[in-house]
Design a protein around this ligand. Sequence first.
Ligand code: NDP
Ligand code: 2IT
Length: 447
Amino acid sequence: MDTQVNIESISEEIVEKNPGEPEFHQAVREVVNSLGPVLDKHPEFVKEKIIQRLCEPDRQILFRVPWQDDEGEVQVNRGFRVEFSNALGPYKGGLRFHPSVYLGTVKFLGFEQIFKNSLLDLGIGGGKGGADFDPKGKSDHEVMRFCQSFMTELYRHIGENTDVPAGDTGVGPREIGYMFGQYKRITNKYETGTFTGKEVAWGGSPVRFEATGYGCAYFVQEMLGTFDESFEGKTCVVSGSGNVALYAIEKIHEFGGKVVACSDSGGVIRDDNGLDLEKIKQIKEVERGRISEYTDSHEDASYEEGGNIWEIPCDVALPCATQNELQESDAGTLIENGCIAVAEGANMPCSPEAIQAFLEANVAFGPGKAANAGGVAISALEMQQNAGRQSWSFEYTDQQLRETMQKLHATCRDAAEEYGVPGNYVSGANIAGFIKVARALVAQGLT
Ligand code: NDP
Ligand code: 2IT
């Protein structure tokens, strides 16, 4: 069989079957394009149509979310939960609240999540959800009413052994709290294991809040270590200024690196003295403000509205905001400026052409499936703690995270080597993630 032709026709079939969902097509192509050597070795995966089966979610749930704003006006949003695969455990993945969310967003995220979760070896399947709701500028009460309405439908589809949501863009501990409260009220069950990303005081895990950003820094530290480098003394830029970005910055500073720029959807701040993270946390986490306010208290820093963060020279770049935020031309600029490592804190922030450019230039490149897996890893450990009614210490949990990211790095590196693409973490992550799910699907019969 000609694997190349076969892979191309599988991708085309999936694109045709899912019109108008370019992000989903992109995510599928990235995985499928890595799988040639796997299909050559495992003809049973071709026979059992594992790729085609994995590209068709187990189920897709779409629902109306009506709620009332503070003026008493009725608002209607659309809610989503795509339960992709439970071959390795209950569906697991975050919820995204952002006005741009549509089915294609949730499907690309859910598809990625299958392989990310598989790589972790922690017994979790893949799913994702969200809504086209914009939490920006809404009062706490508006967010609460939205979350309650959202959960009034979603509660029937989730559960600690069925489907376990968590946060993502626009969903943090505040939203998880409101959703958990409504779930508890409707089901009359204090079932903490149904959600992760809860506050530590009522069933959350220490380090979950920091985990994605810390984990990404741990992953990069491992990649740098393969060529005797580290964050020490490195200049870094981190896009975004949300949950992932802020804790990536925190860990990079702890490792002796200097982050000189971050951003939000409005623009970029640059502070060559190194960003004052406490100030940024105050603006973003406490006041829910805009990054532009940073220059009010930091006169040496600059703010560029609509600026391009990738034009700022750096050794390490971490895209931690959103999908397709780093294009081929940006990759070219980073390479020209001498960047040695890039890792995806966000999901699919680099375009396929940008990734190709990094790989060709021998820039160490950590794909999101591996580099941002720290968040869901600690989610799985939160589920473990909930199941055992345990509550671990911050230090112990952080150590688990660090070891998990080291192991994940080794898994991707080893798979890349075994399948003839040494140093290519993209292929390594896709191959290692895919093989485990594929084996489970074969073993569990045609479902
Ligand atoms: P947050 O909502 O906390 O922050 C998102 C940040 O990205 C904000 O600074 C936001 O700016 C910026 N941003 C969002 N959309 C855009 C856009 N279209 N253009 C420019 N900037 C944008 O989200 P998270 O930090 O949790 O998530 C960021 C990324 O990391 C996402 O891709 C998410 O899927 C991924 N991720 C998150 C995990 C988690 O545990 N939270 C785990 C793994 C991956 P603004 O405020 O202006 O909108
Ligand atoms: O993209 C992701 O991995 C997340 N948003 C975290 C999912 C989770 O279940 O913790």
